[in-house]
Design a protein around this ligand. Structure first.
Ligand code: FES
Length: 102
């Protein structure tokens, strides 16, 4: 599997979210206590970008219906979300967030 260089770590606010693209997919990148995580940016419940949501610890709240996912695993963590959002391995190298998409 290949690592894809995405955005600079400086582009992600501390305990915040940024959107990125990797292999043509829109990805949400999260920073939680200095550790980076990545999921698909599209909610599994509807057409909303998780990168527009609200991050509270390891939970991302979707901006449309306030469903929750755990950014570490993509697992649903609050209604109405029941399907996991895809999560991706992340590493930081040379100040950039790298994501393994496939
Ligand atoms: Fe995300 Fe409904 S679209 S919770």
């Amino acid at each position: 599997m290949n690592w894809i260089k995405t955005i600079e770590t400086a582009a992600v606010d501390a305990d915040g979210i940024a959107s990125a693209t990797a292999n043509g997919r829109r990805i949400a990148v999260y920073a939680v206590d200095g550790t980076y995580f990545a999921t698909s940016d599209i909610c599994t419940h509807g057409q909303a970008f998780l990168s527009d949501g609200y991050l509270d610890g390891h939970l991302i709240e979707c901006p449309l219906h306030q469903g929750l996912f755990d950014v570490r695993t993509g697992a649903p963590a609050g209604a109405p979300c029941t399907q996991p959002v895809r999560s991706f391995p992340v590493k930081v190298e040379d100040g950039f967030v790298h994501i393994q998409v496939e």
